[in-house]
Design a binder for this molecule. Structure first.
Ligand code: HEM
Length: 182
């Protein structure tokens, strides 16, 4: 398949079918992550302040934008889970993969699950946690504020940035494993 050499292995610069498949999977994973985290950051630092400055009209635009973004987020989550499972399987079946790699991956998956939960939580909102949690009978208790804060839209963006860092760390750890093994 890769020329008529005795081992039939790919030559320098050639890519096997498996490697090509993983490249596409990795690209889809990265694309979905960029759409979700990039879109959340855009919403927080560009769209939301701009919409707020426009008063009631801006509020409606903001609500509409959140609705539209939801479909993109649902697709991104599906792609991230499917491609993440393939990438994790590939990494974890590599010989000499270390406990540190497995630990960092577990932390990343835990944070990802938290992000997925937040994305689907009905507690999602664009108002500050204290305002959301306050009731008509008085100021909100601290635990209600904390609960709201954990489910706050901003948290998805913050967690997303942390997950990006962990993903870079995973890559560095994996490359180190390859160097040691090679
Ligand atoms: C079920 C959830 C997930 C699993 C199992 C998973 C798994 C993985 C694995 C195994 C890698 C390869 C790391 C390496 O190079 O050794 C990876 C890369 C990556 N992941 Fe995830 N991931 C998940 C969710 C997410 C989420 C939610 C984000 C972002 C919001 C994300 C962003 C990334 C990025 C940016 C990379 C680096 C891609 C590249 O360098 O080409 N992942 N992921």
């Amino acid at each position: 398949m890769y020329g008529d050499g005795p081992a039939a292995s790919p030559g320098a610069g050639e890519v096997t079918v498996g490697e090509g498949f993983l490249l596409v999977v990795r690209w889809l994973h990265l694309l979905a992550a960029v759409v979700w985290v990039g879109g959340s950051i855009f919403y927080l630092i560009v769209l939301r302040p701009a919409a707020r400055a426009e008063g009631a009209e801006g509020e409606a635009v903001q609500r509409r934008a959140r609705q539209e973004f939801r479909a993109a987020v649902d697709t991104a989550i599906l792609v991230l889970v499917l491609t993440g499972a393939v990438l994790a399987f590939d990494r974890l079946t590599t010989p000499r993969i270390g406990a540190v790699y497995v630990g960092v991956l577990a932390a990343k998956v835990a944070l990802s699950l938290w992000m997925f939960f937040l994305a689907h939580s009905r507690l999602r909102g664009s108002r500050p946690p204290m305002a959301e949690a306050a009731s008509s009978v008085g100021p909100a208790p601290w635990w209600a504020c904390a609960g709201r804060a954990l489910a706050w839209t901003n948290l998805v963006a913050v967690l997303g940035v942390v997950v990006f860092v962990l993903s870079d760390l995973l890559r560095a750890l994996f490359e180190q494993t390859l160097r040691q093994g090679g």
